[in-house]
Design a protein around this ligand. Structure first.
Ligand code: RB5
Length: 150
């Protein structure tokens, strides 16, 4: 299950991406705003991040104007590795190397077609599971849990 959340700036792109989920037959939960009225992005980013951190959702996509506010918020939640992407290469490597479990997109940065391509690559790319990358992701978790000794 994918969770998708957005603020007012991400409303149009959210509609585009839910169309992609339907095309890919991916079950999703839309918890973002469906109104164009100005709203606070941390509210939406936090709610979505909690769903991923708790395991209720497998991964999540966040959309605001730049992707930055949403990703900063999500990365404060333990267990979240959220990446802001505006290119497909970063999206792919953030899955293969970093096992990113949330993707943040900037609706005012990337055009809808590119955003859909980034989301698709990110959704379809698995974590490599390699020893080197697993070790490094484990180091990120150690920092998060205050037990880093490196
Ligand atoms: C809203 O104007 C904008 O600040 C928000 O969508 C986002 O870009 C924040 O990082």
């Amino acid at each position: 299950m994918i969770v998708i959340a957005n603020d007012h700036a991400g409303l149009e792109l959210k509609r585009e991406l839910t169309g992609l989920f339907e095309e890919l037959r991916l079950p999703y939960k839309n918890i973002g705003t469906d109104s164009p009225e100005s709203t606070d992005y941390p509210r939406w980013g936090y709610r979505a991040a909690k769903l991923v951190a708790s395991g209720e959702c497998d991964r999540g996509i966040l959309i605001c104007g730049t992707g930055v506010g949403m990703s900063l918020t999500a990365n404060k939640v333990k267990g979240i590795r959220c990446v802001v992407c505006s290119d497909c290469f970063t999206a792919k490597l953030s899955r293969e190397h970093n096992d990113a479990n949330m993707l943040a997109l900037g609706a005012r940065v990337v055009a809808p077609g590119l955003a859909a391509m980034i989301a698709r690559v990110w959704l379809e790319t698995p974590f490599s599971g390699g020893e080197r990358h697993s070790g490094r992701v484990g180091m990120i978790t150690a920092v998060e849990q205050g037990r880093a000794d490196f």
